[in-house]
Write a protein of this length. Structure first.
Ligand code: SAH
Length: 366
């Protein structure tokens, strides 16, 4: 009989599993705290549990996060974790420090099926969905590595599902992991401090709003359907007018009163003045902020980053229209941890410059 990995369960599921073992619900809560609040994987160390229960757990269960393959820190404080998820695949998390604490950018899939043209995870193709244990296990491992500040607060204060993969295409595992992040007996993060980033899977956005509303970021990248179809092909299925309507619906239940639009600035592709003006009318009906991301190149992308003065001009047009707009700092490049550079596969790691997808956050950490 294979052991049940308890990292796959949120509080309700853990309670059900304990009930099936003939154990009381409060025992499940105790174990949940040990695993997530205290980062304990060894049942023998869970000293307030009866010895018989500890022995039962050892016989039937385990706490197994994805193994940490490597951990690198850049001079700007970006900290990249590489995890083995089996079958020659690896996924990455990146910790982005901000004034003492910071955000962990977590992956939800090995690879990605959406094929956004500017994203190296997209170029790499789709391998598989991560399990809940593999998603929450990234936070579990990073918390263990980073620890607490002098006041006893966890260093990781925010989480963004903005690493490799599309979280809403791996809905159930992502939402179970989100529930653990929000659970007071686990990570106890507020809904405002947990962000899902999506390329715009509308039916799943509606489900998320009902089942687990957290802060929302939308990868927008273009002001009109013709251009967005080429950059993010999912747009052919869920075009912009419908996406804007879905954002408005989401805001009815969202913990924050705005959505964040992420916009990767690619030289000569989506960074014209007329693009900025078109964005203003596109988003007129949606309470939003913009987060501009200078494109991070990777081998074979065929795109270039917009020049700083072009970025400035683009941002000024949005600002003059009264839209709160930030430019994401580019950090972590020396360890290939910048947005769009997270590597997916272990075998790629042996080649210099084998970079992959994914982004991290600067501004959504407060
Ligand atoms: N699938 C989700 C989450 C993946 S991360 C989504 O699309 O939102 C997505 C973010 O990574 C994008 O919004 C983009 O901001 C960033 N990104 C991807 N490739 C990038 C690149 N080459 N340069 C800069 N940012 C990139």
């Amino acid at each position: 009989m294979s052991l049940q990995n308890l990292l796959d369960f949120d509080a309700v599921q853990l309670g059900a599993w304990f009930a099936a073992q003939g154990e009381k619900p409060f025992r499940a809560t105790q174990v949940l705290r040990w695993i997530h609040r205290y980062g304990e994987a060894d049942f023998a160390a869970m000293t307030d549990l009866a010895k018989t229960l500890r022995e039962k757990l050892v016989a039937k269960a385990c706490v197994v996060p994805p193994p940490l393959l490597s951990s690198r820190v850049a001079s700007d404080g970006m900290h990249k974790f590489l995890f083995d998820v089996g079958g020659g695949n690896a996924v990455e998390s990146v910790f982005i420090p901000e004034a003492g604490r910071g955000a962990l950018c977590v992956s939800t899939q090995a690879g990605c099926a959406l094929e956004c043209s500017f994203c190296s995870t997209g170029k790499q193709g789709f391998n598989r969905n991560l399990t809940t244990a593999e998603i929450i296990g990234q936070l579990w491992q990073a918390n263990r590595a980073l620890g607490r500040d002098p006041k006893g607060e966890r260093i990781i204060s925010n989480v963004v599902l903005m690493g490799m993969g599309e979280p809403l295409a791996n809905f159930d595992s992502s939402v179970t992991a989100l529930r653990l992040m929000l659970d007071d007996n686990a990570y106890g993060l507020s809904r405002r401090r947990v962000t899902v980033s999506t390329a715009g899977l509308i039916p799943a956005m509606d489900r998320l709003r009902e089942e687990c509303p957290v802060a929302l970021a939308i990868s927008l990248h273009a002001p009109d359907d013709a251009l967005r179809d080429t950059l993010a092909p999912i747009n052919k299925k869920y075009p912009l007018a419908d996406l804007m309507a879905a954002c408005r619906r989401y805001l009815e239940k969202a913990p924050r009163d705005f959505v964040t639009f992420e916009y990767v600035l690619i030289d000569g592709v989506n960074d014209h003045e007329h693009d900025a003006k078109a964005l203003i009318s596109l988003t007129r009906q949606v309470s939003c902020k913009f987060n501009m991301i200078p494109f991070n190149p990777f081998p074979g992308s065929g795109y270039r980053r917009s020049r700083p003065e072009r970025i400035r001009r683009f941002v000024d047009i949005l600002l003059r229209a009264g839209i709160v707009t930030t430019i994401r700092k580019t950090r972590g490049e020396e360890i290939d941890a910048a947005c769009g550079q997270l590597a997916g596969q272990i075998r790629n790691k042996t080649r210099r410059g084998a970079q992959t997808a994914r982004g991290m956050l600067e501004e959504q950490t407060s």
